[in-house]
Design a protein around this ligand. Structure first.
Ligand code: PEP
Length: 250
């Protein structure tokens, strides 16, 4: 009932040439893919190029981050209005690299979530625990707190038109993928915790797994009942790897 979504997060990678190569390489596989939605999140500077190279609609796209403000004296920032004007569908919000490297608190993430949604984009809310938190048995309480910040600010219904990405911080960019059991356990917990507040939202919201997903691990992760696809970093930069991950979601 939930369509799987495979989304690439290109982070701070790419040139005009490599973006063209990657999107042209993915066009065929994405057009052939059935029963799965494919999306990429390029650096903001490549949004126009991405719009031009995804005109057939087989690949959706989004931003990796949006500013809290929609316009004004905020040098260097990108707004949700700008992102939307390129025809983007999504924006990531609260990626762990933003939370740690740019000091984005749960409250800032919640505020950005609303700005993104209010400007016609679907927020992809990234949540997840550090290794220290996992070892201290705090995984569930960390993801609950991160979700609760959005719910406290905007109500649980705001999550209906969003995507959640569970990304254990210790698995991002480390090559240490969570096992299918570890990932499913947290995804099921998130869904049950949401269901206690709104069963409809819990049943509908796509929960992606992110953290070193690759061609070798995608199929077993995506086969889990509460995993609705993946947010893919490193492996989304290679046509062959991302194609294999898209195929694994079908
Ligand atoms: C990410 O950037 O969201 C991510 C999951 O990265 P990687 O797949 O490289 O771990």
């Amino acid at each position: 009932m939930r369509t799987p979504l495979v989304m690439g997060n290109w982070k701070l990678n790419g040139t005009k040439e490599s973006v063209a190569e990657l999107l042209n390489g993915l066009a065929g596989p994405a057009a052939k893919a059935t029963g799965v939605e494919v999306a990429v999140c390029p650096p903001a500077i490549f949004l126009g190029q991405t719009e031009a190279l995804t005109k057939d609609g087989a690949i959706e796209f989004g931003a990796q981050n949006c500013d809290l403000n929609v316009a004004g004296a905020f040098t260097g920032e990108t707004s949700a209005v700008m992102v939307k004007s390129f025809g983007a569908k999504y924006s990531l919000v609260g990626h762990s690299e933003r939370r740690t490297l740019h000091a984005e608190t749960d409250e800032v993430v919640a505020a950005k979530f609303k700005v993104i949604q209010d400007n016609g984009l679907v927020p992809v809310l990234c949540i997840g625990e550090t290794l220290e938190e996992r070892e201290a048995d705090k995984t569930n309480s960390v993801v609950e707190k991160q979700l609760a910040a959005v719910i406290a600010a905007h109500g649980v219904a705001a999550l209906e038109n969003s995507v959640i990405a569970y990304e254990p911080v210790w698995a991002i960019g480390t090559g240490k993928v969570a096992s299918k059991e570890q990932a499913q356990e947290v995804h099921a917990h998130i869904r049950q915790w949401l269901a206690a507040q709104d069963a409809n939202v819990a049943a509908k919201v796509q929960i992606l797994y992110g953290g070193s997903v690759g061609p070798a691990t995608a199929a077993e992760l995506f086969a889990q009942p509460d995993i609705d696809g993946g947010l893919v970093g490193g492996a989304s930069l290679k046509v062959a790897d991302f194609t294999a991950i898209i195929e694994a979601a079908q």
